[in-house]
Design a protein around this ligand. Sequence first.
Ligand code: 13P
Ligand code: SF4
Length: 308
Amino acid sequence: MDILQAKEKIERLKREKNAVILAHYYAPPDVQDVADFLGDSLGLSQLAASSEADVIVFGGVHFMAETAAILCPDKTVLSPAPDAGCSLADSIDAARLAAWKARHPDGIVVSYVNTTAEVKALTDWCCTSANAVKVVESLPESRPVLFGPDKHLGSHIMQVTGRKMELWDGVCTVHDEISSMMIHEALKRWPDADILIHPEATCSDDKELIGNERVVFASTAGMLKHAAASPKKTFVIATEADTMHQLEKENPGKVFVPVSPGIYCREMKKVSLENIIESLETGKGKVVLDENIRTKALLPIRRMMEIK
Ligand code: 13P
Ligand code: SF4
């Protein structure tokens, strides 16, 4: 089946099933092109919650489909590549989080949305890269904050807010490759460009970069917003390389340069037109959650969605 036939088949199946396709900006470009809605982690949670479709096909890694299923108990949520994992979600589980909480009984747990439903169920607040700083700023100063699982995002928040937190030792193996040295070199090599950095990157706690007016730390959707609004012509992109697909589509005439070629999330690339068709045809990859876990996980997600 060629791409055109695959797209036509997906359109037909979507109509038959009253389905929508949500996709993250890190999904392969052909998947982005068939999606009804594209977004970053926060935007996709909001889109899932407001969708009127019966079926949501989630073009992203498994924790994203699970988050949609937590928010939408009356819908069928399909994860076309259910084995698409995430190094952050894999770095913490409910037992280890419970042990961490026991060591800090007064602590408020803030979990990045890149976690399993079981971890969210033991969490007070979820956050995404788009609202992590605001979530932490909203918490009472008198209580310790246990922030996990992304230590680079946690360190970035500590630098920006001045608030000390306990950090879990997890990383996104994709953004962990983006070092301070890479960014300092990019600043010299592209003197007229803004540098857009995802706060999961290793360089995110570099004070010099945080204070540099040409450096913008942003979620994926935040990067798109900045590129559209900025009078600059050139942008260096320090995140997953397929983000460039939408940046280029939405900003003809502007130039986007990857900080390093080859920064790809292989897990996101497990989603394909073929497995989207298979999921729509057979229901493969349906997310099934324990109702007790789901209701407990819903509260921190709802709190996260109230802070934009
Ligand atoms: P955002 O969607 O918040 O930009 O996070 C990126 C990411 O790594 C998702 O897994
Ligand atoms: Fe997880 Fe990083 Fe891939 Fe996002 S880019 S899904 S955080 S491994």
